[in-house]
Each structure stands twice: as C-alpha cells, then as structure tokens.
Design a protein around this ligand. Sequence first.
Ligand SMILES: CC(C)(COP(=O)(O)OP(=O)(O)OC[C@H]1O[C@@H](n2cnc3c(N)ncnc32)[C@H](O)[C@@H]1OP(=O)(O)O)[C@@H](O)C(=O)NCCC(=O)NCCS
Length: 152
Amino acid sequence: MTNADVRIRLLGPDDADALIRLAETDNLFDEDPSVAPSGALTYDAARSFLGDPAVLFWLAELDDETAGFLHCCIQRRRNAGPWAELLLMEMGTHLEWRRRGIGRSLLAVMEEWMREHGMEEVWVPANLYATGFYEKCGFAKDEGVILVKALG
Ligand SMILES: CC(C)(COP(=O)(O)OP(=O)(O)OC[C@H]1O[C@@H](n2cnc3c(N)ncnc32)[C@H](O)[C@@H]1OP(=O)(O)O)[C@@H](O)C(=O)NCCC(=O)NCCS
C-alpha cells in the first residue's frame, strides 16, 4: 500500500451503511482488538448521526475496505475569535494498516477542512497509547486532566 492508494472521504447521511459496517468490526481499530465491537446504530440512527451538522466523520478506504476513520465534533465558541473549534472524538487505523501514514493522512484532511472553514484549533482527549502519534502530528500536551462521570 502507498498513501496514493488510500481514499479519504467525508461521510454524509447516505453513507449510513458504511458507518454500520465499521461499528460491526471496530474492535480492529481499537488499541485492544480483543474487545467486542462497540455495536452498530440502526440505519435511521446512523443517517441522523451523519446528518448532524456538528458531526464530521471521515473514512479512509483502500479499495472497498475501511482502513481508518476520524470522528470530530464542531464546537461553537462563545467569544471573539474563530467561530468554532474541533473536538477530535475518536480515530482509528485498522490493525493491519497501522504505521503506514493513514492516521497522519486523516489528520491532514481534517486540517484542510479546518482551514477552509475558518478554524484554528483542534482538541483531543487522547489515550496514552496514541499520545506519541498525536505529538508526531504536531499536537502538544495542555494543562489539566480529563474527568468523566457516568450516571449510575
Ligand atoms: C493512533 C493511531 C490512530 C495511529 O494511526 P497510524 O495510521 O498507525 O499512524 P501513522 O502511520 O499515520 O503515524 C504517523 C506518525 O506517528 C507515529 N506513530 C503512530 N502510532 C504511534 C504510537 N502509538 N506511538 C508513537 N508514535 C506513533 C508513526 O511512526 C508516524 O511517525 P513518522 O511519520 O515519523 O514515521 C493507531 O495506532 C490506532 O488506530 N490506534 C488504536 C486506536 C487509538 O488509540 N486511537 C486514538 C484514540 S484517542
């Protein structure tokens, strides 16, 4: 595979099937592929997700195979400056295609989209496994910690 073989496209509502197919084997895009796939949305829910104007979802494909994905949210800003920034929610490269530039290519497409849409910053709550990757791609550690609360 060369980078030229990878096609990256931004999904829309008509790509619901591709989103569902990805969810059926998304453990192969995880740090630990032995976990169970996350579970697919229904067709209508997948259409609604991809039709949400705040959702950006790119797929990297080699022929008909999904080799990687990148999911971001558009976060509006309440103050002066760029109208919004991106929150990088999740990304993954298929286990068999890691370390061949697919993750970097996905981020390059995201950055091109940001420039075209007047955005200057992207944030990622990264797992430890991926931190080195993000740093190689120009991200820097910021202050603070990420907290989460699950309602019991
Ligand atoms: C993190 C991940 C998306 C990287 O994707 P990838 O397609 O393998 O990345 P690339 O091949 O484009 O790598 C770009 C650069 O980062 C480096 N890199 C890749 N993964 C790395 C890692 N885990 N740690 C340190 N450096 C890494 C590569 O060597 C490459 O460096 P180079 O340009 O100097 O050669 C992939 O490992 C993955 O899917 N991990 C499991 C899911 C995950 O952790 N997602 C992030 C959630 S926050």
